[in-house]
Design a protein around this ligand. Sequence first.
Ligand code: GDP
Ligand code: MG
Length: 162
Amino acid sequence: EQPVIALVGRPNVGKSTLFNRLTRTRDALVADFPGLTRDRQYGVGRVGPLPYVVVDTGGLGEPDDVTYHHMQRQAIRALDEADAILFLVDARVGVTPGDETLTAELRQRGKRVWLVMNKVDGVDPDLAAADFHGLGLDAPWPIAAVHGRGVTRLMTAVLEDL
Ligand code: GDP
Ligand code: MG
C-alpha cells in the first residue's frame, strides 16, 4: 500500500505547484487505488525507493459559503484518507487568520501534521519561520516548491516517518 500524503493550506500558498513537482515524473492521473476516491486531484510519485500517493486539496481556509462547500467536503475527505498531512503556509505572507483556522481544524483530526513553509526563495527562512511559531506546531520545513528547494529532504523525512 502506498502512503497517502495530503496537501492542505489556504488558497495561493502553493499546493498545486508542489503537487505538480511531486508528480511530474509520473503520470499525474491515478488509474486505480482501492479504497480511494477516483479523482484527478490524486497523483503518484517517488522519492528514491519510496513511492507515495499525493492529494491536492482546495477549499479549506476559505470563506464558509456555498461556493466552497463542495470543495471543503472533498478536502476533509482527503484528510481522513491521508497517512500524513502537509500543511502549507506562505513564508512571504506570514501567519493569516486562515492559517489559524486550519491549524485548529487539523489539530481536531489528530493526525501527524507537517508544517511546510513554502516560497522561501528570496526570504530569510529563519525570520519567516519565527512568525509561524505561534501556531503551536513543530518548526516549519522550508521549501520553495517552484524551484524544488527542500522538497526531497521534506518528502524523505515524511515517508521515513510513516
Ligand atoms: P494553491 O492555491 O495553494 O494551489 O497555490 P498555487 O500552487 O496555485 O500557487 C499560487 C502562486 O504561488 C502561483 O503564482 C505560484 O507560482 C506561486 N508559488 C508557488 N510556489 C512558489 C514558490 O516556491 N516560490 C514563489 N516565489 N512562488 C511560488
Ligand atoms: Mg491549487
